[in-house]
Design a protein around this ligand. Structure first.
Ligand SMILES: [Zn+2]
Length: 245
């Protein structure tokens, strides 16, 4: 029975170690994703900045065009012959000034936006560098952990082999079958007449039999191999197994 308990402890530790190991690539992928997201956001901000700069250049060109038109209208002023034509030319200049004023406001607004975006991009670039550095460090740590978990796994598998060698073949295949079919748990303690894995009560007569510990017994509900969990000798075996993990 002690060997079975030790085997179950060993299997639990193998399962926990494998679970931890499986988490490692998931953690690494989520770190990579964080960096990718930040890179994408920075790329989008840079594109936006280019678009604003392009718009600003267009506005500047439009202002220059208006300036040329205004000069033409001003030249016209000196050549007009009637008052009516003179007023029309003045009105044209007025309109051009108004349009130019609007464009100049727009140009200023765009310049502010360029400055703002340039600041943001500068900050985001710094943040991205810091994030990359942090992520690289974290990934190195995870790789180290994976190596440790691999080493632990091979030790545990060796330990398991040694325990298995000491267990009767038929009992071992019963254990393996139960473990496979019962969610990885083949051996269960019974405390105060209750199976600690399926939480069902054991008939009192059976429980007394279990306390005597003469034969190997199964839980009538979940069929797992059971032992009396309050037995000091077995408790010690279980705890020493747990302490190692
Ligand atoms: Zn049970």
């Amino acid at each position: 029975m002690k060997l079975l308990i030790a085997l179950q402890n060993c299997d639990n530790r193998i399962r926990d170690t494998e679970k931890k190991k499986d988490q490692c690539p998931i953690k690494m992928a989520s770190l990579d994703e964080e960096v990718n997201k930040a890179e994408l956001a920075l790329g989008q901000a840079k594109e936006k900045l280019e678009a604003i700069k392009k718009e600003r250049r267009q506005v500047e060109r439009d202002i220059d065009d208006l300036e040329v038109k205004k000069k033409k209208s001003q030249a016209k002023l000196s050549t007009v012959s009637s008052n009516k034509e003179y007023r029309a030319a003045l009105k044209e200049i007025e309109e051009l000034d108004r349009a130019k004023g609007l464009l100049e406001d727009k140009a200023l607004e765009l310049m502010d936006q360029v400055e703002q975006f340039e600041q943001e991009i500068k900050l985001s670039t710094k943040e991205l560098e810091a994030l990359k550095k942090k992520t690289d460090e974290e990934k190195r740590t995870i790789k180290g952990e994976m190596g440790e978990l691999d080493a632990l796994l091979s030790t545990l598998i060796q330990e398991r082999d040694e325990i298995c060698r000491q267990i009767d073949r038929d009992l071992l295949s019963r254990y393996d079958m139960l473990r496979e079919r019962r969610g990885g748990v083949a051996v269960s303690p019974v405390i105060s007449g209750v199976c600690q894995t399926c939480h069902m009560g054991i008939p009192p007569q059976k429980f007394n039999e279990l306390i005597r510990g003469d034969v190997l017994m199964s839980c009538p509900n979940c069929q797992r191999i059971i032992y009396w969990g309050e037995d000091e000798k077995l408790k010690a075996a279980n705890e020493s197994g747990e302490k190692e993990s």
